[in-house]
Structures are given as C-alpha cells and as structure tokens.
Design a protein around this ligand. Structure first.
Ligand code: UD1
Ligand code: CA
Length: 478
C-alpha cells in the first residue's frame, strides 16, 4: 500500500480548512455509477441489473455498502431504467440524462448530495465483488497520517492478470504517490505496460471534488468526461493522491458476459466455502450452485449437481441427493430430497419429509414425515403429516382458468396414478385406491376408488394369439 503526501500548495488552496486533522471525523457518502448502457453485454437489461448468484450486480454492491456506516448513498442511473430504480430503492437515485462519461456521472451524483462535503466514495455498479474490509481500507487511507496531509484522492488499484482495457495508474517511483490515471485507449505503449490498474473505486475529499469535476474535459479517445482525470487535476492543484492496492478477485469489472461468468464463478466459490464452513458437506463443490441468500444448516449433505435459486432455506441434517433444482423453498430439518427433485416457490417441507425422483412441488406444504417419492406433481396443496403420496399422483390444480387447492389430511394414503381434481379435500387417514380420479371430497378414514370395474376373460389370451398368428400366416402366403 502506497500512502504518501506532499505539503506543496495545500495551504494556499481556497478550500483548505487547515490542520493535520481535517479528515479525521469526516462522514462518508457513496456514489454508485450505474447509468452506463453496457453495450458490450448486448442486452436490453441495464448492465448492473444482470444477476450474479441470483441477485443484480448493483445490489451486491449496495449490500456491502450497507455494512459501512455511510451518511448517504446515491445511485446514478440512466433516464430509461425504471427496473434499476426499483431494484436500488430505498436509496436515492440521480438521473444522468446523457451518458457523457464517468466524470459527468459523478457530477450528477454530487449534485444529489447537496451540501455534503465529507468523504465521497465512488464505486462502479459493474464491480460487484468488493469487500467491506477493502472499502474500510480506502476510508482509512483518507485519514490524516502522522505528520502528513490526507490524500485528496485515494484510488483502489489492483494488478489484474490481464490489464486489457483498465485504466493504468502512473505512480511516482520514489514516494509511491499517484500521479495520474491513463485510460487504456489514450495510453502510450509504455503506459500500457504498467501492471497497476484502476479498479474504479475512488475516495475523494468532498470539499474539493466539485472543483475537480468542473474542470474535466472530454478531449480524449472516447470523447467522454473521465472521472479518472481528477487525479491529474488534483496534482496540478498541489494535492497529493494515493493508491491502496486490492485483490483482483474482488475488483473485476463486468463489461461483457464473459466477465459476468467469471464474476459468477468467484461468487459461487465464496458461497460454497460459506456453506462448508457452516457445516454442510459438498461432495463436489464446483457442481453445486447457490444464490446470494441461500441459507444452509449444519450436517447437511449435498450431492453433486444441485442448483439453489433465490429464497431457499435448508434446515439441519437434510440430505439432498444429486440433480435437484430449488427456488423459494423452505426445507426443514431431516428431510431427504432427490435425486431429480424440483421444489418451486412456496414449497415448505416439514421435518423428515421425503421427496423422491421426478417430483415437482409448487406452492405447497408437506407436513412432517410426509412422503412424495416418485413421479408426482403437487401444486397449490397441503399434504398432512405422515401422508403417503403414491407414484404418479397429480394434483390437477388448474382448469385452464383458475388455480384451486388440494388438501390431503394427515396419515392419508394416495394410491399410485391418482388424479386429484382441485378443489378437493381428502380427509385424514383416508385411503385412495390406485388409478382413481378424485373429483369430490373424501371423508376421514374413507376408502375410495373410482376406476372402472375389472373384467377377466379366462384363457382368452391364448385364443387371441392363435387367431392373430393364423391371420398373419395367411397374409404372408398371399
Ligand atoms: C472505468 C475506468 C477505468 C477503470 C475501469 C474499472 C473511467 C474513465 N475509466 O472504465 O479506469 O479501470 O472502469 O472497471 O472511469 N457510467 C455511468 N455514466 C457514464 C459512463 C459510465 O454511470 O456516462 C457507469 C457505468 O454504468 C459503469 C461505470 O460507470 O458502472 C464504469 O463505466 P464503464 O464504461 O464500464 O468504464 P470502463 O471503460 O470500464
Ligand atoms: Ca467497466
């Protein structure tokens, strides 16, 4: 970490308020830039709305910012992004009407901050993996250090494996001071060789930021107002600027779907680690996919190839066999699920419930000890404790117009290949014969069958085969 200062002209600067402690108690506000179109994503969706672990990129960033005690957060959005404004609510948004560059976007954010003049942390909505610790490191670097002035601009730098299109940080070889940020498009071949890059995270002294922004020009390769030029301008004013170095893993910026996949991989690895540290066994971690909000208990066993969509909670001692897909489901302790089970939103599985292969459950509760083991659809239903649902049972919940509910009482037994035409109630302890189509309620402890009566024709199969064979022989002779 390079953190150096010069005294140069600071005393003469009109905004200078004097003293070595001028930064120590300043509050911090954040501006998150999210107005970019993300043309390289080739998408109708604003770039920062693309999900990572089932959560828009920008919301990952906002979740991390929520852990710092910030005065205010402003998200700079484009003029036509209602879904983004909704996703970042209740945070304030400021609309950047023309996408004139990151410098112009920050200007829009600063206007929304009004008279605030503390630390201004600027983050790019397309870098979602940054940690709370790294941001705290940035804020500390804004504090006055012994015998020196706090840097007016602190930039979070990193050394990416492939510096590519990142801005390059030009640093004073002697004292490590940050001299300038050069955008890749405007860089000389020598500058392109610099391995230290701009992550996009910067922390400014809010007192001086408006004056720096006012002086940005768009005379560059992209014809944009680059926020990054603030460093050179601050140096011209005699202020010092510093670099704090962070890890590439946290700082990758997403400009294409290839980088989106890279960020997803990192996010997934973190979530897998969290699940394992929390007491879950993942036989093949790299094949298990979590959402940002998946909650997994202790002594949970997860076999290979399982996908957790948003809103899934798993209790202790649950066993999840291979090839399951879950979304919006609550799985209570001791349940055994899969292989090949699908739990859709609104599913709750009670303690010790079992759900087997090729079973789909949606908006339904299976109470403790209920069993739905094979080839079944349970939708808009309640299955009572200990009830047994036979193979191939279908709750016919939709008549083409409306959804209706099926209620199956505790301890009921539903024979295989039963169609339960909702709305319908099967009482506790009732037995439904295999192959039934149930259209009326079944009372407690009733036995019910609705299938056609069976007829046996004694010895008829042999007579049938003889007749068919002779018909065939006759045909082949002709
Ligand atoms: C930017 C930096 C570069 C850095 C890189 C890190 C500048 C000029 N360059 O480049 O030094 O290495 O990020 O990822 O800042 N945005 C707006 N309004 C605009 C333009 C952009 O809100 O008018 C937002 C985008 O939504 C995005 C962020 O600002 O979230 C960064 O913009 P982007 O165009 O991706 O900048 P890079 O070219 O990646
Ligand atoms: Ca970017």
């Amino acid at each position: 970490m390079a953190l150096c200062a010069t005294d140069k002209m600071i005393e003469n600067f009109p905004g200078y308020v004097g003293g070595l402690t001028r930064m120590s108690n300043k509050k911090t506000a954040a501006i998150v830039l999210a107005a970019g179109l993300g043309t390289r994503m080739r998408s109708e969706l604003p770039k920062v709305m693309h999900p990572v672990a089932g959560h828009p990129m920008v919301n990952h960033l906002l979740d991390t910012l929520a852990k710092l005690s910030l005065e205010k957060i402003v998200v700079v959005v484009g003029p036509d992004m209602p879904e983004l404004e909704a996703a970042v609510a209740p945070h304030q948004t400021a609309v950047q009407y023309e996408r004139l560059g990151t410098g112009d976007a920050v200007k829009t954010g600063v206007e929304a901050l009004g008279s605030f003049n503390g630390n201004v942390l600027v983050l790019y909505g397309d870098s979602p993996l940054i940690s709370e610790q790294t941001l705290n490191g940035m804020l500390e670097a804004r504090q006055t250090i012994e015998g020196r002035f706090a840097p007016t601009v602190v930039v979070l730098g990193f050394m990416p494996g492939e510096p590519g299109a990142y801005g390059r940080l030009v640093v004073d070889e002697e004292d490590g001071d940050l001299l300038a940020i050069v955008e890749a498009n405007d860089a000389t071949p020598e500058e392109l060789d610099i391995p230290l890059c701009n992550s996009g995270v910067m922390c400014f002294d809010g007192e001086f930021l408006p004056s720096l922004l006012a002086r940005l020009s768009n005379d560059n390769a992209k014809g944009e107002y680059y926020l990054t030029d603030c460093v050179g301008l601050a140096r011209e004013d005699g202020f010092n600027c510093a670099v704090v170095e962070g890890d590439e893993e946290e700082l990758i910026g997403v400009n294409s779907r290839i980088e989106l996949a890279l960020v997803e991989t990192i996010a997934q690895d973190r979530l897998r680690e969290k699940a394992m540290k929390g007491g879950a066994t993942l036989i093949d971690p790299s094949t298990v996919y979590f959402s940002h909000d998946t909650r997994i208990g202790k002594e949970v066993q997860i076999e290979p190839n399982v996908f957790f969509g948003p809103g899934v909670t798993v209790g202790n001692n649950v066993h999840i066999k291979s090839f399951c897909h879950f979304e919006g489901a609550k799985i209570e302790a001791n349940a055994i699920i899969g292989p090949f089970a699908r739990l859709r939103p609104g599913t709750t599985l009670g303690d010790g419930a079992r759900v087997g292969n090729f079973v789909e459950i949606k908006n339904a509760v299976v109470d403790a000890g209920g069993k739905v083991n094979h080839l079944t659809y349970i939708g808009d239903a309640h299955v009572g404790a200990g009830a047994n649902i036979g193979a191939g049972t279908i709750t016919c919940n939709y008549d083409g117009f409306m959804k209706s509910k099926t209620i199956i009482g505790a301890g009921a037994f539903i024979g295989s290949n039963t169609a339960l035409v909702a709305p319908v109630n099967v009482g506790p302890g009732a037995i439904v014969g295999a192959g039934s189509t149930i259209t009326r309620d079944v009372g407690e402890n009733d036995i019910v069958t609705t299938r056609a009566e069976q007829k046996n024709a004694r010895g008829a199969a042999e007579r049938y085969r003889e007749r068919k064979q002779s018909e065939k022989d006759q045909k082949t002779k002709d």
